[in-house]
Ligand binder design. Structure first.
Ligand code: AMP
Ligand code: ZN
Ligand code: FE
Ligand code: FE
Length: 273
C-alpha cells in the first residue's frame, strides 16, 4: 500500500484539475491519495467522480494557521466538510485571501512591478487564491522568469517587500475545530527550512492540544530532519505521515514521491469519527 497524503489541485494553488490529479496518482502506482488543497474541499467532488479503479481518495485539506507570527500549515483528514464551524472559518480565510492578494498586487505595483489583479484572476479563476497565482501572473507580466523568483525578500516571500499577511487560525483552535468535525489534524512540513519551522517544544505543545500526527516525509525535509522528526513523533505518540506536496507543474515533489504505508492509513481512519 502506497498513500501520498499531501497533494494539491487547482481548487487551490496546484496547476492540475482534480480529475487530472487522480489520473496522475493512479499512473504513479498509488493505492490512495489525499487531496489537501489550501482552505477548501471544493476539489473533492470532481476527484471522487474521476477516481480511477483501484485508487482510494482520502478527503483532506491544508488549513492556514499562524503561530507566533509564523505561518503554520495543518493537514486535516476525513473531517465532515459540512461542519458549520470549520466551514465558516475556511470561508473567512478564503474571503480574506482575496483581499490580501489584491493588497499584494497593489504593493507590487507601488514597487514598480507592472502586474494587475486581472492577470492574477486570469490564472486563479475560481481557485482559492494564493501567492503562487501572483507569482505566475508576475511571470506572465514579464517581471520574473520563474514563479519561484517571486518568493524572495524583494517580492512576496514571508519577509518580502510586497508580502501581506492573511487571516489564519491559531493552530490550537484549528486542532479543536478539526477534531470537533470528526477529522484528524496532522502538522504539515514543520522543518521545510522556511521562516516557519517549528521547534520541538512548539510541536510538543500542539501534541498536548490534540495534534494526531506530524508530516515526517516531505520533499523539503532532508534525511537528518526526517530522523529527528520521527524520533519526536514517536516520543510524543504522534503518527508519522508522508506527502509529496505536489502542486502539478508548480512546486512540491512528483506525485507519489513520498508515501505512507497501510498501517499509517489505517491509523488515520481509526482516529477519524
Ligand atoms: P499562501 O498560502 O498564499 O501564503 O501561499 C503559500 C504557498 O506558496 C505554499 O503552499 C506554496 O505552494 C507556495 N510557496 C511558498 N513558499 C514558496 C517558495 N519559496 N517557492 C515556491 N513556492 C512557495
Ligand atoms: Zn500551496
Ligand atoms: Fe504547506
Ligand atoms: Fe501543501
Amino acid at each position: 500500500m502506497r498513500a501520498d497524503l499531501h497533494v494539491h489541485s487547482n481548487a487551490s494553488d496546484g496547476t492540475d484539475d482534480p480529475a487530472t490529479v487522480m489520473r496522475n496518482a493512479a499512473a504513479a502506482g498509488l493505492d490512495a491519495v489525499a487531496l489537501t488543497d489550501h482552505d477548501t474541499t471544493a476539489g473533492h467532488a470532481a476527484a471522487r467522480a474521476a477516481l480511477p479503479e483501484g485508487l482510494t481518495l482520502i478527503p483532506g485539506m491544508e488549513l492556514s494557521c499562524h503561530l507566533n507570527d509564523r505561518s503554520v500549515h495543518l493537514l486535516a483528514y476525513l473531517f465532515d466538510p459540512g461542519d458549520a464551524e470549520l466551514a465558516g472559518q475556511t470561508h473567512r480565510i478564503r474571503d480574506d485571501r482575496v483581499i490580501r492578494a489584491k493588497a499584494m498586487v497593489t504593493k507590487l505595483r507601488e514597487l514598480g512591478a507592472d502586474v494587475t489583479w486581472e492577470q492574477v484572476t486570469a490564472i486563479a479563476g475560481s481557485s482559492v487564491v494564493g501567492r503562487p497565482h501572483i507569482a505566475r501572473a508576475m511571470v506572465a507580466a514579464g517581471i520574473i522568469a520563474d514563479p519561484s523568483d517571486a518568493f524572495t525578500s524583494e517580492w512576496i516571500a514571508d519577509d518580502g517587500r510586497a508580502y501581506v499577511t492573511k487571516y489564519a487560525l491559531d493552530p490550537v483552535r484549528a486542532i479543536a475545530l478539526i477534531k470537533a468535525a470528526g477529522g484528524v489534524p496532522v502538522l504539515a512540513h514543520p522543518r521545510a527550512g522556511r521562516a516557519w519551522d517549528l521547534s520541538d517544544e512548539e510541536i510538543a505543545g500542539l501534541a498536548a492540544a490534540g495534534l494526531a500526527g506530524v508530516e515526517v516525509a516531505h520533499p523539503d525535509h532532508d534525511l537528518a530532519e526526517r530522523q529527528a522528526l520521527l524520533h519526536l513523533a514517536t516520543a510524543l505518540g504522534l503518527l508519522a505521515t508522508a506527502g509529496s506536496d505536489n502542486h502539478g507543474s508548480f512546486t512540491g515533489g512528483p506525485i507519489g514521491s513520498e508515501t505512507a504505508d497501510a498501517d499509517t492509513v489505517a491509523r488515520l481512519h481509526a482516529l477519524a469519527r
